[in-house]
Design a protein around this ligand. Structure first.
Ligand SMILES: [Zn+2]
Length: 406
């Protein structure tokens, strides 16, 4: 389609500039809101007139709103009315596919959890793991959104996930290979679906909604039934060719006895994954079933054997964090791991091990848990959709053509 001279006059800078300016204002409101438009202009580097124009466009889409009730007394005039993200407006949905259970949710535009649900897929492998959620999700979104528009949907899991292809390339524990996620979910839900690895999604959520220093540099370790990592530099999460970055399953952490399917011993996944830990806990008679939540409960109830196993795991995670920290020297070392989400003492063990082992970081406080806390998995699910919305607010809401260059 070619542009007529009138089109060019109407938008001389092109859709790319318009989208970039809208995104800059949207992000500044996210970072600093509620605040006055004049402050948004200072922080985004745009003129007050441009900020007002972009704000109006974003408000028409329901993404931002004025907060007159927060205006400081004595200041009259519209520029002083604080503006903020509209957390009572549109939503995004999210899905996290775990080893035996899928969790789905609705999030507002500041990544607060509005509703959540789940379905088991225990015993299923391959494409069949999606069947229970495909059955339930359309009704969940219709009933729980309460009439609020759902702008997009995120779907995340562990292993090798390719966002461009919208597919899981490989997830050995779930028996997934080249499984499309985006296409079946878009067919079932009728909204744009964004797919990613869960470690990258949590890193993106931290960059958008969490600690400001995570924008400069963040390394994230996800320690669950599978282990994954993500690296973000200058606000961009690295993916690499076919989005394969982040496989830390075979990082050597030097633990004795933990034989890995790759043939070596001491690999991180074989040493420190939830599965490996739970199997060790069963073998030592600490818990009856290989379920890490039983171990966490036992430690919380005062069982010293359970506590010792969790501390050992925290040390192994700290070693892996030290290896990655020496290579990348990130501003934030983020760790998502079950026991430390509930008890910060295990996070302190990881931080101490990091400071002890690293050659470039002697500060245990550089290692932190995700800002989302126990809501980290729902937030991970919706994060790819929120990241797309904040990157391209006009395209993501259909207010600019999907093919427009940005
Ligand atoms: Zn290995």
């Amino acid at each position: 389609m070619s542009l007529s001279p009138a089109d060019v006059r109407a938008d001389p800078a092109g859709d790319g500039r318009r989208e970039a300016n809208a995104a800059a204002v949207f992000r500044a409101v996210l970072d600093h809101g509620p605040t006055a438009r004049s402050a948004i202009a200072r922080m985004s580097g745009l003129s007050p007139a441009a900020v007002s124009r972009q704000f109006l466009g974003l408000a028409r889409l329901g993404l931002v709103r004025e907060r007159p009730e927060l205006a400081v007394g004595g200041h009259v005039g519209r520029p002083q009315v604080p503006v903020d993200i509209d957390t009572a407006g549109p939503l995004v949905g999210g899905l996290h596919i775990g080893l035996s259970h899928s969790m789905y949710c609705l999030l507002d535009l500041r990544a607060n959890v509005v509703a959540r649900g789940g379905a088991t897929h225990a015993g299923r492998t391959g494409g069949a793991v999606l069947d229970p959620v495909l059955d339930r999700l359309p009704a969940f979104l219709a009933e729980r959104a309460g009439g609020r528009p759902v702008l997009g949907f995120g779907a995340v899991t562990g292993g090798w996930v390719d966002p461009e292809a919208g597919a899981v390339v490989r997830h050995a524990a779930l028996g997934l290979r080249e499984l499309p996620l985006r296409a079946p979910l878009e067919r079932a839900l009728g909204v744009p679906v964004h797919v990613d690895n869960h470690a990258r999604a949590i890193a993106r959520a931290e960059i958008l909604f969490g600690r400001p220093e995570a924008r400069r540099g963040v390394v994230h370790l996800f320690i669950g039934n599978v282990v994954d990592a993500a690296v973000g530099v200058a606000g961009v999460v690295h993916q690499g060719p076919r989005s394969a970055a982040g496989d830390i399953a075979h990082l050597p952490v030097g633990a004795r006895g933990a034989r890995c399917p790759c043939g070596r011993t001491g690999c991180l996944q074989a040493t420190a994954s939830d599965l490996a830990l739970a199997e060790r806990a069963v073998a030592e008679g600490v818990v009856p079933d290989p379920d890490v939540s039983l171990l966490v409960d036992a430690a919380a109830a005062g069982d010293p054997r359970a506590d010792r196993l969790l501390r050992q795991r925290a040390q192994h995670v700290g070693r892996a964090a030290a290896l990655l920290t020496d290579v990348l020297n990130p501003d934030v070392v983020l760790v998502t791991e079950t026991s430390s989400l509930l008890n910060p003492e295990y996070l302190e063990v990881m931080g101490a091990e990091l400071a002890e082992r690293s050659h470039v970081c002697d500060d245990p406080a550089r290692l932190v848990g995700p800002h989302a806390g126990p809501a980290v998995l729902p937030v991970a699910g919706g994060a790819p959709a929120l990241a797309a919305l904040y990157r391209s607010p006009l395209r993501s809401t259909g207010a600019a053509p999907a093919g427009a260059a940005v």
